[in-house]
Write a protein that binds this ligand. Structure first.
Ligand SMILES: Nc1ncnc2c1ncn2[C@@H]1O[C@H](COP(=O)(O)OP(=O)(O)OP(=O)(O)O)[C@@H](O)[C@H]1O
Length: 207
């Protein structure tokens, strides 16, 4: 597994410069609020077109400004867990997860649905509406929905934000298990040095 990320992008007064090449399967992006962490993830996901980028994951080019290559977001095979989770409020948990499965592309990786539900401990939530879930449960369902699409890698944007310490610990433990048991590579955004240090030693520092 490898992340090769060369990225140059400016928004307003901020500019992002990343030159990262590693075989690490869990890479953290860290830095103070407003330094461009979410913007960097959006560039990898294909939601923003950066001013210059050469990004490949495991040797597969997502974007190369020099060669005029840029895969559309739906072809990048990433699962994106947004900072605000973004579950569909009008769909029960089971239907939110089914949406993830429908998003599978032709070249999706195999995903063991039962293992995902087991690792994230959401078996009992299938019939619930998102509005009735706790913050930690919402986060776990959002991670499961992203995994259901059979992504080649995950983008996680502050997945512990707005959780109390106990719930944060719980979700962090699940993320560690997804990484080790389900072998899903990750780009993990957090402003918290202790959280990042627990997960990985491969860190991209912004700002
Ligand atoms: N759509 C936009 N238009 C203009 N400026 C933007 C836009 N989105 C973000 N920015 C600016 O780009 C900079 C980086 O924002 P970004 O959300 O990527 O930072 P961040 O490191 O993820 O912050 P936080 O930790 O607070 O979420 C900020 O100065 C922000 O105001």
């Amino acid at each position: 597994m490898s992340f090769d990320i060369v990225l140059r992008h400016a928004t307003g007064e901020n500019s992002i410069a990343i030159d990262h090449h590693s075989d690490a399967s869990l890479v953290a992006i860290t830095g103070p609020s407003g330094c461009g962490k979410t913007t960097a993830l959006n560039c990898v996901a294909g939601l923003i077109t950066p001013q210059f980028a050469q990004i490949s994951v495991n040797g597969r080019t997502l974007i190369d400004s020099e060669r005029n290559v840029s895969l559309p977001a739906e072809s990048r095979r990433c699962g994106y867990i947004f900072q605000d989770a973004r579950l569909f409020p009008h769909l029960r948990v089971s239907a939110n997860l089914a949406y993830g499965m429908r998003m599978r592309g032709a070249a999706h990786t195999d995903v063991d649905h039962a293992a995902v539900i087991d690792v994230l401990g959401i078996g009992g939530l299938a019939d619930r509406w998102p509005a009735t879930l706790s913050g930690g449960e919402i986060r776990r369902v959002a991670i499961a929905r992203a995994l259901m699409s059979g992504p080649e890698f995950l983008l996680l944007d502050e997945p512990l934000s707005s959780l109390d310490k106990a719930r944060g610990e719980e979700v962090l433990g699940m993320i560690e298990r997804i990484h080790s048991q389900l072998s899903v590579p990750m780009l993990y955004v957090s402003h918290d040095p202790a959280e990042v240090a627990r997960l990985t030693q491969t860190i991209i520092k912004l700002g």
